[in-house]
Ligand binder design. Structure first.
Ligand code: PGA
Length: 254
């Protein structure tokens, strides 16, 4: 059985000292178990503090963003070349970046290419907003984001891609998505990548759900056919809740 991937996105929270405290609490609360790969994504500034202390048998690390170039005059940016060696994963195209930083699918495509160029596994976020869902455009939005976002990748790269389905209306709102919606979208994501890159990619790509996940709702999503794991925001800042979500995944796998 493939391990479930449980990713904690700390967003713009926790300075290096605070991040080290949360890491310590998480390491006490989580037992190493087969069947789950747990990933912590601190803000860039706190990655070194976590990378220095983390027990890599318990947690892998990810970044929340990267620039599409490796070096140069890009004030305030961090590149894949800089993250390489400290993290294994990088979140790309989160809806908060699409909205607040106007990241288009073209930018997302360049960032995915930069992640692979630097040996990082990208977690590509896709999601429909409420207006799109109410106007029956959710599927098209997801297909367009996947098609545009992966436009610079090879089939070999896409085979190792992680895609997180994160409906914008479910993020940080407490309005988590119905299992049925997530089930359908998981199929759509696999089917789209299969059409674009061949059968192997549709089968091996890991699809996650994200949006207001808490321990009580985690199991339902994890049981969906083809669901590889969860991308957790708010609940990943609470060590007990994040540990309980990891435990829910471990229990399903044993
Ligand atoms: P949330 O965030 O769990 O707080 O809704 C999820 C995400 O944005 O990745």
């Amino acid at each position: 059985m493939n391990p479930k991937l449980i990713v904690g996105n700390w967003k713009m929270n926790l300075n290096p000292a605070e991040a080290a405290v949360l890491l310590g609490r998480l390491e006490e609360a989580v037992t190493v178990g087969d069947g789950v790969e747990a990933v912590l994504c601190p803000p860039h500034i706190s990655i070194p503090a976590v990378a220095d202390k983390v027990d890599r048998k318990k947690f892998k690390l990810g970044a929340q963003n990267l620039h599409w170039l490796d070096h140069g005059p890009h004030t305030g940016e961090v590149s894949g070349a800089m993250l390489k060696g400290m993290v294994e994963y990088v979140i790309v195209g989160h809806s908060e970046r699409r909205k607040e930083h106007h990241e288009t699918d073209k930018v997302v495509a360049k960032k995915l290419a930069a992640a692979y160029r630097n040996g990082l596994t990208p977690i590509l976020c896709v999601g429909d907003n409420l207006h799109e869902r109410e106007h029956h455009a959710a599927n098209k939005v997801i297909v367009d984001q996947l098609t545009g976002g992966t436009s610079q990748l090879t089939a070999e790269e896409v085979a190792t891609l992680v895609v997180a389905y994160e409906p914008v209306w479910a993020i940080g709102s407490g309005n988590f998505a119905d299992l049925d919606i997530v089930r359908k979208m998981t199929k759509t994501i696999r089917h789209t990548l299969e059409e674009l890159f061949g059968e192997m990619c549709g089968a091996t790509v890991r699809v996650l759900y994200g949006g207001s996940v808490v321990p009580d709702s985690a199991k339902g999503y994890l049981k969906i056919e083809g669901m590889a794991g969860l991308l957790v925001g708010g609940a990943s800042l609470n060590y007990q809740q994040f540990a309980d979500i990891i435990k829910a995944a471990q229990n399903l796998q044993s």
